[in-house]
Design a protein around this ligand. Structure first.
Ligand SMILES: *[C@@H]1O[C@H](CO)[C@@H](O)[C@H](O)[C@H]1NC(C)=O
Ligand SMILES: *[C@@H]1O[C@H](CO)[C@@H](O)[C@H](O)[C@H]1NC(C)=O
Length: 543
């Protein structure tokens, strides 16, 4: 029978073991947060240079976004979110942890110029970070681990400079969540994830030893190294999932990302899709009547975009419908002439047979070569007379094509989203995309599919045009998978006329502009953010 003394010894030992994490936490908290007076001074500084609405207790939302001055889709989400917060919660100060070293007024001016958003500087504060190189650095080895550690260091610097009431990660640095939670367990963590840092696709690709993903060919070649790398990814995926589970609210930018994040973070009730705002305002001004006989494609000349599928489908379509072939006697008009025709500045005969115009960026010499080989493929398929490959056209020219083309085509399989498809639909094109991932789940739904639902009837089209709101099941575009299906969809979209054509174009535009608009983004965002604000209110009942 254990004596009282033994019992005391054991209790003491257990106590010591239990105390270790507590003491460690306190040490980390002290190192990162600094003294209470340091934190008060930081808060004082922010309070004195901002003007929140006085009618409610002030809250500070800390946006962990080290590149707020960049002009990408991620920044558009950041600033639209800040704008949404300003509109509905004028008592919340948006504190941006920035490594761009640009002051508030310049930043706000740049946002206006880039995204057309009017941000009120009175409820914005910029905390300048000095340690951004921790995440910028191009680590030659173990990139993901090093960048994740880097993001932790940067988050520590951020929190040291100011402890927010809400932590909002708009970049996807999930590894910072446990740190934030450790520093203060009552800061809600809100995440907007564009892309999972680790996805199950990556793990599969490593184990199947695809050299495109294993950037080091030695690793792809060696089974042992591949196994090690595969273990490395598995460990990392677990760490990522563990970190992500500290989030209180997760928004993803697409169904594809949602699928991965729900599997990893395992927070199905707190996770939802909030589509990013796409800027389609200018495109919706284009008239939908009198479109030229042009099928346009808009995608970088990357292999996965599968441009050759477009050519093969187009060739097949012309073979089945020879009446659409350009007469052999006619010379191929120069791109310049067609552009002048579109601009209306030159009297050129209008285009009386369909053209396939492939427009896209080339990032490097390989992309350029790919564009060139598409021209050769067009020749060998005998359709060169009706095919144009245009590399690195300026946006003004792309807009011209969007304004006058009749049909849009996009052939990449498993595109995560496909903003170009949204743009084509907003411009009023009849759009055909690959029946997978983003186009299928998010964008072209409901869709016309071969063997499933034929073109809508004229009566259905009339009904849609009369009451679009009551005809939500009217198709907004077409999807296809095989060359055959793409060819048939091209035929469908070239042949469709009258009210059916009109209704399809309107439905495409309506879908693109309502589902992916700034207003839709704000509404969806409020639905997720409101509970967070209410929770803060419940913690501060005196306000
Ligand atoms: C989501 O973010 C990823 C990564 O930036 C991007 O490739 C994708 O197009 C985005 N999706 C949407 C709906 O914008
Ligand atoms: C392009 O599409 C064809 C037909 O669907 C398919 O067989 C091929 O694998 C695709 N190529 C790429 C690079 O995706």
């Amino acid at each position: 029978m254990p004596s009282l003394q033994t019992f005391i010894h054991y209790s003491f030992a257990i106590g010591v073991v239990l105390a270790v994490p507590v003491v460690l936490t306190l040490i980390i908290q002290f190192i990162v947060l600094g003294t209470v007076s340091h934190q008060n001074a930081c808060k004082q500084k922010i309070a004195s240079s901002t003007k929140p609405s006085p009618n409610h207790r002030t809250y500070y939302a800390g946006f962990f976004h080290p590149y707020p001055n960049a002009g990408g889709g991620g920044e558009r989400v950041l600033w639209t979110m800040i704008k949404a917060i300003q509109d509905k919660y004028p008592f919340i100060i948006s504190v941006i942890y920035s490594g761009d070293n640009i002051n508030r007024d310049t930043l706000v001016r740049n946002v206006k110029a880039k995204f057309g958003l009017n941000i009120n500087p009175d409820t914005v504060y910029i905390v300048d970070l000095k340690w951004r190189s921790w995440v910028d650095h191009k680590y030659p080895r173990l990139t993901l681990v090093m960048q994740s550690i880097g993001s932790l260091m940067l988050a520590a610097e951020a929190i040291h400079q100011f402890v927010p009431d809400i932590f909002i990660d708009t970049v996807g640095y999930a590894f910072t969540y446990p740190l934030v939670n450790l520093l203060s367990s009552n800061i809600p963590i809100v995440a907007y994830t564009h892309y999972p840092t680790i996805s199950s696709d990556m793990q599969t690709m490593v184990s199947s030893r695809e050299s495109g993903f294993n950037n080091d060919p030695r690793i792809a070649a060696s089974p042992t190294l591949t196994n090690l790398k595969s273990i490395y990814y598995r460990v990392l995926a677990h760490a990522y999932a563990f970190s992500g589970s500290f989030a209180d609210m997760v928004m993803t930018n697409s169904s594809w990302t949602y699928g991965h994040i729900v599997k990893l973070f395992d927070l199905p009730r707190m996770t939802s899709v909030v589509y990013p705002p796409c800027d389609t305002a200018a495109l919706t001004e284009f008239s939908m009547n009198n479109r030229q006989n042009v099928i346009m494609s808009l995608a970088q000349f990357r292999p996965e975009k599968n441009h050759s599928l477009q050519l093969e489908a187009f060739a097949k379509f012309l073979k089945e419908y020879p009446q659409y072939k350009a007469p052999g006697s006619k010379a191929k008009p120069a791109t310049e002439d067609i552009l002048q025709l579109l601009e209306g500045s030159k009297e050129v005969e209008s285009i009386d047979y369909p053209l396939l115009v492939m427009i896209g960026g080339a990032r490097n010499i390989e992309d350029e070569a790919r564009a060139e080989s598409l021209r050769q493929l067009a020749s060998s398929l005998g359709v060169n007379n009706q095919v144009y490959v245009i590399v690195n056209a300026p946006w003004s020219q792309v807009q011209l094509w969007l304004k006058h083309s009749s049909v849009g085509i996009h052939t990449m399989r498993d595109e995560h989203f496909g903003i170009n498809i949204v743009e084509m639909m907003a411009a009023g094109l009849l759009t055909i995309a690959h029946d997978s991932a983003g186009p299928k789940l998010d964008i072209i739904s409901p869709a016309i599919r071969i063997n499933e639902n034929a073109l809508p009837s004229e009566a259905q089209a009339q009904a849609y045009l009369k009451a679009p709101e009551e005809n939500k099941d009217f198709p907004v575009g077409m999807v296809a998978t095989t060359t055959d299906e793409f060819a048939q969809m091209i035929a469908c979209s070239i042949n469709v006329k009258g009210p059916v054509e009109k209704a399809l174009r309107s439905a495409a535009r309506a879908a693109a502009t309502t589902k992916f608009s700034e207003a839709a983004f704000s509404t969806a965002f409020y639905r997720r953010f409101n509970p967070v604000v209410r929770w803060l209110d419940s913690q501060n009942p005196d306000s």
